[in-house]
Design a protein around this ligand. Structure first.
Ligand code: G6Q
Length: 545
C-alpha cells in the first residue's frame, strides 16, 4: 500500500489543525492544568529514563504523532531495515548496522548470505589482535611492545572511535596512549605523533573506501615518519594495520591484507563505530567491555523492534523531534551531556543526525515541501551555561535541548556530582517555566531592569537520565539516537543513509589542488571570486618569510 506524501497524510493534517489549538500554549499552563504530567510523560528503556513532559505538547499531540508514525510506515521500514532490504535506495544497499551487534546464534540473510557468522568472525579477529596489543605480546619491528595507538580516519571513520574512547576512558587500559588523526591539516598528525616513540606505535588506517584523500595523505605521512624513525620499510608490517572494505586499495598502499580488518558495504560510515572501525575502541577497552558496548546497542535495537510505539523510546524521541521541527518550526537542536566523558558526543551526533537527515528530496527524488533535519550541536554541561545558554533562555529562536544526566559519577569527589546534576534539573525547569515580570519584581529588581531579567520560558527539553555511564549504557544511548534519526527520516520520506553532499566535498577540492601550485600556476576558469581567492593565496604563498 503506497503512503501518501507527508502533507497529505491524515495524521499530518490533524496535527496542523491541532497545532493551531495548542502550538502557542505555555508549558506553565500545561503543567498547571495537569499536576501529574511530569510523572506520566516519561518512558524508560535499557536504563535510560526519558522525561519528555517539558515539550510543548499534550496527550492528544502525542496520539496524533504516533498515528503519523504508523501512517508513515515506520514499523514497516524498520522491519525492512532489520531484514536487510535495500532501504538505502540511492546507493542500492542494505542498511544493517543492527547486524553488527546481533548475538552469535542469530541469523540474518542479506542478499542470500547469513551475515552473522562473518560479523562474529571479524569480532574474533579483532579480539585476538586487541588482546595481543594489550598484553604486549604483539611487538614492534625492533621488539618493543606497542604502547601507542593512532587511529587515522575521518568522518564516520573517526568520530565514533574518538567519541567512544573519550566516553569510556574510565574503562580503558591506562598504560596505552590513544591518538586520533582526522584532519588533512598536517598539524593534526604532527601534534599527534611528534612525542611518540615509533618503536611503540601502531597506526590503524581506518577508511571504508580507502580512497579518502585526507586519510590517505595522513597515512602516507605517518608511514614516511615511521620508516624514517625505524630505518626500514620492513617495519610497516608490525606498525600498520588497516580497517576497510577495499582489499585492493589496502594492498596497494603497502599494508599486508593479513593485517586488515574488514566490514561490509551495508555499514554506513556514521553507523560504523561497532564494526571493525571500532578496533581502537576494542584495544582501549578490551574485548569484554567491547562486547558489553555491543550488547547495549543490541538491547536498544530490540526495544525499538518490539516495544509498542507509545512506550518506544526512539519512536517517541523521533516523533517529538518531528513536532518540534515541522510544527513548532525549530531549526536547531542542542544536546548537552552533563558528563565530561561525553564531551565528543555532540560532534558524533552532529554527523549522525545532519548527515542522515540533511536531505531536500524524498526517496522518489521529489523536492520536499516541508522541513527536514535541523542543525544539531552541543557542548558538555555546565560549560555551555556560561556561554551560549544565554540565547537558549532569552534569544528570539526557540532551540529544543536534550539534557543528558547521570545519577552517579565515575569519579566521585566531594559534592561535585550533585552540583553538576542540579544544573540538569534547574536548566530544564528554567527553560520550561522561565521567570515572569511579577517574579522578577518580587525579587526587588529595579523597574528599569525588569524587562531584561524576564525569561519567557516555554523552551522544550528532553531530559535523559541514567544511573552511570558504562559501555553498555553508551551502546544503548547511541542506538537510541540512531533509531530516533531513522524514525524522523521515515516520516520525512528521505534516504537517511546516503550522503551525496559529503561525496561532493570529496571531489570538489581535487580540481583546485593543482591550481595552488605556485611553480605551475595554470589558468583559472572558476567564477571571479574563486579565481581571485586562488590568485591571492598564490601571492601570499610566494611571499618570502
Ligand atoms: C559517513 C560518511 C563519511 C565517511 C568519511 C570517511 O557516513 O560517509 O563521514 O565516513 O568520508 O570515509 P572513508 O571511511 O571511506 O574514508
Amino acid at each position: 500500500m503506497s503512503i501518501p506524501p507527508l502533507r497529505q497524510r491524515s495524521a499530518w493534517k490533524s496535527l496542523e489543525t491541532h497545532h493551531v489549538e495548542v502550538g502557542s500554549r505555555h508549558l506553565r499552563d500545561l503543567f498547571a492544568e495537569d499536576p501529574t504530567r511530569g510523572e506520566r510523560m516519561h518512558v524508560e528503556a535499557e536504563g535510560i529514563y526519558l522525561d519528555y513532559s517539558k515539550n510543548r505538547l499534550t496527550d492528544e499531540t502525542l496520539r496524533l504523532l504516533l498515528e503519523l508514525a504508523e501512517e508513515s510506515g515506520v514499523a514497516r521500514r524498520r522491519d525492512q531495515m532489520m531484514a536487510g532490504e535495500h532501504i538505502n535506495v540511492s546507493e542500492d544497499r542494505a542498511v544493517l548496522h543492527v547486524a553488527l551487534r546481533m548475538p552469535k546464534d542469530a541469523q540474518l540473510i542479506v542478499d542470500g548470505r547469513d551475515v552473522i557468522p562473518e560479523v562474529h568472525a571479524e569480532l574474533e579477529h579483532m579480539s585476538r589482535f586487541a588482546t595481543q596489543i594489550r598484553s604486549g605480546e604483539w611487538k614492534g619491528y625492533r621488539g618493543k611492545p606497542i604502547r601507542n595507538v593512532v587511529n587515522v580516519g575521518i568522518g564516520g571513520s573517526d568520530l565514533g572511535p574518538v567519541m567512544a574512547y573519550e566516553a569510556l576512558r574510565h574503562y580503558c587500559q591506562r598504560d596505552l596512549t590513544f591518538r586520533f588523526v582526522s584532519n588533512v591539516d598536517a598539524s593534526d598528525l604532527v601534534e599527534a605523533i611528534s612525542d611518540l616513540d615509533a618503536d611503540e606505535t601502531l597506526f590503524i588506517i581506518s577508511s571504508k573506501t580507502f580512497t579518502t584523500i585526507e586519510t590517505l595523505t595522513n597515512a602516507r605521512s605517518a608511514r614516511a615518519w615511521l620508516v624514517e624513525q625505524i630505518g626500514t620499510e620492513e617495519a610497516i608490517a608490525r606498525h600498520f594495520v588497516a580497517v576497510s572494505t577495499n582489499h585492493e586499495a589496502v594492498a596497494a598502499f603497502g599494508i599486508d591484507t593479513a593485517n586488515m580488518f574488514s566490514f561490509w558495504d551495508w555499514v554506513g560510515g556514521r553507523y560504523s563505530m561497532d564494526s571493525a572501525i571500532g578496533l581502537s575502541t576494542m584495544i582501549a577497552l578490551g574485548p569484554t567491555y567491547f562486547a558489553e558496548l555491543l550488547a547495549g546497542f543490541h538491547a536498544m535495537d530490540e526495544h525499538f523492534r518490539l516495544a509498542p510505539f507509545e512506550r518506544n523510546l526512539p519512536v517517541l524521541m523521533g516523533m517529538i523531534a518531528v513536532w518540534n521541527r515541522n510544527f513548532l518550526g525549530c531549526a536547531s537542536v542542542g544536546v548537552m551531556p552533563y558528563e565530561q566523558y561525553l564531551k565528543r558526543l555532540p560532534a558524533y551526533l552532529q554527523q549522525l543526525t545532519m548527515e542522515s537527515n540533511g536531505k531536500h528530496v524524498t526517496i522518489d527524488g521529489d523536492h520536499v515541501d516541508y522541513q527536514t533535519g535541523p542543525l544539531y550541536w552541543g557542548e558538555p554541561g555546565t560549560n555551555g551555561q556560561h556561554s551560549f545558554y544565554q540565547l537558549l533562555h532569552q534569544g528570539t529562536s526557540v532551540v529544543p535541548v536534550d539534557l543528558i544526566g547521570f545519577a552517579k559519577s565515575l569519579n566521585p569527589l566531594t559534592d561535585h556530582h550533585d552540583i553538576l546534576s542540579s544544573n540538569v534539573f534547574a536548566q530544564a525547569e528554567a527553560l520550561a517555566f522561565g521567570k515572569t515580570d511579577d517574579q522578577v519584581r518580587a525579587e526587588g529588581t529595579p523597574e528599569h531592569v525588569i524587562a531584561h531579567r524576564v525569561m519567557e520560558g516555554n523552551r522544550p527539553t528532553n531530559v535523559l537520565l541514567a544511573e552511570v555511564l558504562t559501555p553498555r549504557l553508551l551502546g544503548s544511548l547511541i542506538a537510541l539516537y540512531e533509531h530516533s534519526v531513522f524514525t524522523q527520516g521515515v516520516v520525512w520520506g528521505i534516504d537517511s543513509f546516503d550522503q551525496w553532499g559529503v561525496e561532493l566535498g570529496k571531489v570538489l577540492a581535487t580540481r583546485i589542488i593543482p591550481e595552488l601550485d605556485t611553480n605551475f600556476e595554470p589558468e583559472l576558469t572558476h567564477d571571479s571570486s574563486t579565481n581571485a581567492l586562488i590568485r591571492h593565496y598564490r601571492t601570499l604563498k610566494r611571499k618570502e618569510d
